[in-house]
Design a binder for this molecule. Structure first.
Ligand SMILES: *Cc1c(COP(=O)(O)O)cnc(C)c1O
Length: 349
């Protein structure tokens, strides 16, 4: 089985992995240094990450036993799949979606069942419910044991309708994992409003909005039973004291994070407006990236022409239904201008 690979090519303008274009605020480093200077490096870290979990819990108005943290949301997804997937069990994904969902499921020995998104790349609730019914008939009443959703969806950009998520949760026989890596750019989140359904696990990351991709920190909010299951499969002391300290320091700067997210949403709308004037098909976005398809030109050729101008975007042409598509992260205003100029030149060449 091939590994997962997102090329890290050197470029001046890096718009390929949806990171925050800005670092955390200056106060973050001072707070982190203070925390590190009092850290007992000779001791194992707090295995329960108690302080960090409490801080995340209070951010979302839940209890600490409804939070599990991991080294990036990818490790959290792996723990969920180790606990609820595995040989003889199935995970349902709706393509095109985040490639790592299927990849991590397969790594845990879980069989991946692929269904389709609708015309606009959003879930069609009736079709999703019908798929769940068909799986239960064909594979047994417990199937699929895990459903993986992504809202806003990567790499297509739109958030699911709340009713679509509700319909899937209502019809799923097992755990529904909702990956909300881009929720802060989206009009809604399952963590706002009503209490969570016991079958729904919402996964978040510090890699995008919190400007902390280097640290590898993510978490899931779910029923305490789901959290306990994650704890059973995680390696002992998996979350280092350094990562716990970084998460706590980042959470001190929530308003700055939200301000950064608002700036990116404004930049995203500007970018979308400019892209609509070029010879590309572009899809609306609720995230910090935009999906586009050059008209009448192979996506790979445009990707290469951008890289020659030191602008790196993601070639997602290999994803189901996304032939010739590129995904561009919303950067700073200056980076977006560089990208737009480079794309204009590439399309004219
Ligand atoms: C970027 C991204 C993540 C983040 O993964 P980390 O391991 O937390 O860095 C998770 N899910 C989706 C859909 C993403 O696009």
């Amino acid at each position: 089985m091939p590994g997962y690979h997102s090329p890290q090519v050197p470029a001046q303008v890096r718009l390929n992995t949806n990171e925050s274009p800005e670092p955390p605020p200056p106060g973050f480093s001072a707070s982190l240094s203070r925390r590190l200077s009092s850290l007992a490096f000779n001791r194992y870290p707090d295995r329960d990450a108690r302080e960090l979990r409490e801080a995340i819990a209070s951010l979302h108005g839940v209890a600490a036993d409804e939070v599990f943290c991991g080294n990036g949301s990818n490790e959290v997804l792996q723990c969920l799949l180790l606990a609820y997937g595995g040989p003889g069990r199935r995970a349902l994904v709706f393509e095109p979606t985040y490639a790592l969902h299927g990849h991590i499921a397969r790594l845990t020995g879980t069989e991946v069942v692929v269904a389709e998104r609708g015309e606009d790349f959003r879930l069609v609730p009736e079709e999703a419910v019908a798929t769940l019914g068909r799986l239960a008939r064909e594979a047994g009443p417990g199937a699929p044991e895990v459903v993986l959703l992504c809202s806003p969806n990567n790499p297509t950009g739109l958030a699911e309708a709340p009713e679509a998520v509700e319909a899937v949760v209502g019809a799923a026989p097992g755990l529904v994992v909702l990956d909300e890596a881009y929720a802060q750019f989206s009009p809604w989140s399952a963590l706002e409003g009503r209490p969570l359904d016991a079958r729904l696990a919402v996964v978040r990351t510090f890699s995008k909005t919190w400007a902390l991709a280097a640290c590898r920190l993510g978490y899931v909010i779910a029923d305490p039973e789901v959290i306990e299951a994650c704890e059973r499969v995680a390696l002992p002391y998996h979350l280092s004291a350094l990562v716990q300290a970084a998460g706590l320091a980042a959470l001190e700067w929530r308003e700055e994070m939200e301000e950064r997210a608002r700036r990116l949403v404004a930049e995203r709308e500007r970018l979308l407006g400019e892209l609509r004037r070029l010879a590309v098909d572009v899809w609306p976005s609720d995230a910090n990236f935009v999906l586009l398809r050059p008209q009448g030109r192979p996506g790979r050729e445009v990707w290469r022409a951008l890289l020659e101008q030191s602008v790196l975007v993601r070639d997602v042409g290999g994803w189901p239904r996304l032939k010739d598509c590129l995904r561009v992260t919303v950067g700073t205003a200056a980076e977006n201008d560089r990208f737009l100029a480079a794309l204009d030149a590439a399309l004219r060449a």
